[in-house]
Design a protein around this ligand. Structure first.
Ligand code: 13P
Length: 335
């Protein structure tokens, strides 16, 4: 079995998932401002160090996606952050794209940048301890979007990224995120997400990416957040499974969903149902940012020195999601 495939299996073993703690400094500043905490490097580190030392890091969190600032920071006890994550039994990873910018030729859409100099940056991150990476392409749904241009250019970038990452002996998380913003129906989300994912795999195959050594990070199939026609969680799970069965090659070992603005409970409940109905060989897990951190951040903002209390809130969320990967979650576990 290839080394990359083994890394994927280790990250997603025994119902484990991924903590996406890779908010850029700009995004993290918004998150901290929302809870009235000044966004200093020290505060960003304190919150993240609190999560990375929690007991769920050994039991539930198989991998942590870091941001450039964090992978280079040291804890209050002078332990390097990737070292802390490994010591806790998890795997350090790193976001390597440099963000979504206006797409020339279709200025209402985005193209993710970061390919220039990527090989050199990857070598540096590898030396810092990263075993896997993330790159996010972002797509909006309207009547005419995502355009062919956005689908092709983002798929091309994702594939060039993934090929470079594997060359540098790390596992690429391939994240094509079709946003839930808008009035579209779940059916439109299904159709457009299917097309986006198929286009990504066409390019990944063209670029000779080893599909056994990647993790796909897709959105679930949801109605737009301004849609009048909402659908049930059961329907979300069934449509999501149908989409992935039809668009993801069977060699791909693992799929780890983003939460994309769903509430914590919604993201857990949908993941639980996806696993309940999962009749594929894909491991179906989570790679949540907001849906793992929201309550912990809220608690921490009011009790910045209460490490144990913050960890308790985070551990609960991680545990609930790990139960959901085994379809063992139920609402009455949420107290
Ligand atoms: P959310 O789960 O908050 O969508 O974040 C996941 C992520 O990594 C987005 O790139």
């Amino acid at each position: 079995m290839s080394e990359l495939h083994n890394i994927v299996l280790k990250i997603l073993e025994k119902g484990k998932g991924i903590l996406a703690a890779d908010e850029s400094t700009g995004t993290m500043t918004k998150r901290l401002n929302n809870v009235n905490v000044p966004s200093t490097p020290e505060n960003r580190l304190l919150f993240r160090e609190t999560l990375f030392s929690a007991s769920s890091m050994s039991e539930c969190i198989g991998g942590v996606i870091l941001y450039d600032e964090t992978i280079k920071q040291e804890t209050s006890k002078k332990i390097k952050i990737p070292e802390l994550i490994s010591k806790m039994g998890s795997t350090p990873g790193i976001k390597v794209d440099t963000g979504a910018k206006v797409l020339a030729g279709s200025p209402d859409e985005k193209i993710t940048e970061g390919l220039d100099g990527l090989r050199e940056r990857l070598k540096e991150y590898y030396k810092l301890g990263a075993k896997f990476t993330k790159w996010r392409g972002v797509y909006t749904i309207t009547k005419n979007f995502p355009s062919k241009l956005s689908m092709r250019s983002n798929a091309h970038s994702l594939a060039r990224y993934a090929a470079l990452v594997q060359e540098c002996k790390m596992v690429p998380i391939v994240e094509p995120e079709v946003l839930m913003d808008g009035e579209h129906s779940a059916k439109e989300c299904y159709e457009k997400t299917s097309e986006v994912i198929k286009r990504c795999f066409d390019e990944l195959i063209l670029h000779k990416v080893d599909l056994k050594g990647i993790i796909l990070k897709p959105n679930m199939i949801l109605a737009g957040n301004k849609s009048k026609n909402t659908i049930s969680n059961e329907e979300v799970a069934k449509l999501t499974l149908k989409c992935l069965k039809n668009s993801v090659p069977s060699e791909v070992p693992g799929i780890a969903f983003l939460s994309g603005g769903q509430s914590e409970i919604e993201a857990t409940e949908n993941l639980n149902l996806i696993n309940k109905y999962n009749d594929t060989n894909f491991i179906m897990s989570y790679s949540y940012g907001r849906a793992l951190q929201q309550s912990a951040l809220k608690f921490w903002s009011k009790n910045i020195q209460d490490i144990k209390g913050t960890q308790k809130v985070f551990n609960h969320r991680a545990k609930m999601n790990t139960l959901a990967t085994q379809s063992k979650w139920s609402k009455d576990l949420e107290v």
